[in-house]
Design a protein around this ligand. Structure first.
Ligand SMILES: [Zn+2]
Length: 130
């Protein structure tokens, strides 16, 4: 399966095509700012490596959104938590998404400083979303 190339390629449709079980119907909404597409894509690639291979749909993606200038990715594991190791790995990937997003402009994908609390680089913030 091909991977996206430009930021525009990281569309909701691309995520649905690649991971239909996760993204076809996200109950609380899928909102992914373009600059954070690569972070989200890499997180999903990491997730599919740790989620038990037998069967599909082992997690439910509840929501993808930006909050307070950070990317939030909420999932619910749909398998027993006997395997704490897998739970830990999922949690690690999910929380890393937010950490990584703090350093990347949500609009253009450029690296931003820690003080850019609005999630955008100065030029993008100046332009606004118009
Ligand atoms: Zn920017």
């Amino acid at each position: 399966m091909r991977n996206p190339v430009t930021l525009e390629d990281y569309s909701k449709e691309a995520f649905i095509e690649r991971w239909p079980e996760w993204f076809t119907d996200v109950p609380c909404g899928f909102y992914l700012p373009p600059g954070w597409g690569p972070i989200m894509w890499r997180a999903c690639l990491a997730l599919e490596k740790v989620i038990p291979a037998e069967g599909t749909n082992k997690i439910r993606v509840d929501q993808v959104k930006s909050k307070f200038g950070g990317l939030r990715f909420y999932v619910t594991p749909l398998f027993s938590n006997d395997d704490n190791d897998v739970y830990d790995k999922i949690h690690h990937i999910i929380s890393r998404v937010e950490d990584l997003s703090w350093a990347v402009c949500m609009r253009c994908g450029t690296t931003v400083g820690k003080n850019d609390t609005e999630g955008m680089c100065p030029p993008c913030r100046e332009k606004g979303w118009g």
